[in-house]
Unconditional design. Structure first.
Length: 180
């Protein structure tokens, strides 16, 4: 599916750490490193890098709950390595849910167009390992326990006392990966 972008909503510009409000795992069996080179789904144009963030169709409503401009933090096991890594900060740019946006994916998946705010490389060495962030000391425990399940959906990050620190920590770690 071709991606055509005519303009970016104002809410998607000038992002900050406080906009990181959602989290999703994006492991896939197609590329072993979802939405990172050599994956061909992300497309670059003059307005940035874009792709359809996919979720299991059963959880399409979770993807539609994310307001345009909120940031989704993506994590995955890169090339089936042991450690989870944070790899993307993305924001939805429209409210359209597309059924199976990519050829070769099953009809169980749907996607929503997102703009890449930041994107790392596809190896642990040039990514952001979970273990090297404040998230490792907090983990996916307590109110954040559901965030660790890999069931093809987007989760809202619960409001916890440490949330601003977690947001700032991950935002700072992504600074060298910001997409211009």
């Amino acid at each position: 599916m071709d991606i055509v972008i005519s303009e970016i909503p104002q809410a998607c510009l000038n992002k900050s750490s406080s906009d990181i409000k959602w989290v999703k795992t994006v492991n896939d069996n197609i590329t072993n490193s979802a939405y990172l080179p050599p994956d061909t789904r992300p497309k670059q144009c003059s307005l940035g890098i874009f792709f359809h963030l996919e979720v299991n169709s059963r959880f399409g409503n979770s993807l539609m709950e994310v307001p345009i401009g909120d940031i989704i933090l993506l994590y995955q096991r890169l090339n089936k390595q042991r450690d989870k890594c944070f790899t993307h900060l993305v924001t939805p740019i429209d409210n359209n849910l597309i059924q199976y946006p990519y050829t070769g994916t099953t009809k169980r998946w749907c996607g929503r167009l997102v703009k890449v705010i930041a994107m790392t490389g596809n190896q642990t060495a040039n990514s952001i390992p979970f273990s090297q962030t404040m998230w490792s000391s907090m983990g996916f425990t307590g109110k954040m326990h559901d965030l660790s399940f890999q069931c093809g959906r987007v989760f809202e990050i619960p409001t916890v006392q440490q949330l601003p620190k977690l947001q700032n920590d991950i935002w700072n770690k992504f600074q060298s990966y910001i997409v211009k």
